[in-house]
Design a protein around this ligand. Structure first.
Ligand SMILES: C[S@@+](CC[C@H](N)C(=O)[O-])C[C@H]1O[C@@H](n2cnc3c(N)ncnc32)[C@H](O)[C@@H]1O
Length: 284
């Protein structure tokens, strides 16, 4: 049975279950679009591109984001022969399974697994391991990297990403300050990962040699109306309920308008909703 221990800074024990069915829309496709670019621009240009002999793991996959990114950017004859899609939240795994029913991937398994304990997976199994925008949600991130390292073949490639600037949290903070500046700002899970060098240090602690790690940065400015609408729903709705702790009914009623105003300020400043990410590639 996969561990369900939630990160202490995530608002609800079943946070990601509630999120599963609306995940892609409410992230404004941000995690999918960044990973798709990483695959096309970073992984395929590396010494270990993904191809028909590859065996890939997308760990803490959400509703199958790694699979969607692979299919969106690789020609059919470059898709990996085997893909394991795993997450420790059952609804994420079933959402992934549903999204993959008609996929061109030759062989996909969707499993409920804890990234921090992959004991059902043998050593040296995968050629590539993807961990996209999840590491900061783990209670034991070093253990997850250790498992990534153990399950990768020698010479295999890990792709680990995290946020440098996660715009929704900053927008929510701006919205909070408009209504109740006296109350604490909504906490972020493991905010240390926003700082330069922290992801690399965790990956080194998990077993990868310093010389085999490269870190680059990517910026995504979300301008598409539909994606901004999805992100607006995320920030206005129950997923960000912690931001309204201690609010009266009248203050709650002003929340959606306050979020919209804060989004307008973000768009005026950056030309859209601005995400910045660290992209780490590490070879075993
Ligand atoms: C922010 S989402 C990222 C999902 C996806 N990788 C993406 O690119 O959008 C974090 C995911 O990590 C999963 N997760 C959190 N802790 C986990 C753990 N210990 N083992 C496996 N998955 C975990 C959550 O269920 C959620 O699906």
């Amino acid at each position: 049975m996969a561990s369900q221990t939630p990160h202490p800074q995530l608002p609800l024990p079943d946070y990601f279950s509630k999120f599963a069915s609306v995940y892609v829309r409410q992230t404004g496709h941000s995690t999918l679009n960044i990973l798709s670019d990483v695959i096309a621009e970073n992984v395929q240009a590396s010494a270990q591109p993904i191809g028909p002999d590859s065996v890939v793991h997308d760990t803490a996959s959400g509703p199958g984001i790694g699979a969607a990114a692979l299919v969106s950017r690789l020609p059919k004859d470059h898709l990996p022969k085997e893909l394991l899609v795993s997450d420790n939240v059952a609804m994420m795994v079933s959402a992934a399974r549903e999204s993959l029913t008609a996929s061109p991937l030759p062989r996909v398994d969707c499993k409920e697994l804890d990234s921090q304990d992959l004991s059902s997976v043998p050593d040296n199994y995968f050629t590539h391991s993807i961990n996209n925008f999840s590491i900061f949600t783990f209670v034991r991130p070093v253990d997850a990297v250790r498992e990534t390292y153990r399950t990768l073949r020698p010479g295999g490639l890990a792709v680990i990403t995290c946020w440098r600037r996660f715009a929704p949290v900053l927008i929510v903070h701006a919205a909070q300050k408009k209504i109740r500046p006296d109350l604490p700002l909504m906490p972020t899970p493991s905010p240390q990962f926003f700082e330069e060098g922290v992801l690399q240090k965790v990956v080194e602690e998990g077993g990868f040699a310093k010389d085999n790690i490269t870190v680059t940065e990517k910026v995504l400015v979300v301008t598409d109306e539909e994606n901004i609408a999805g992100l607006t729903m995320l920030m206005s709705g129950p997923m960000m309920i912690k931001a309204r702790d201690g609010y009266t009914g009248e203050e709650e009623a002003r929340w959606v308008e306050s979020v919209k105003q804060a989004i307008k300020e973000e768009v005026d400043q950056f030309g859209g909703i601005r995400f910045e990410a660290y992209i780490l590639l590490a070879t075993k």
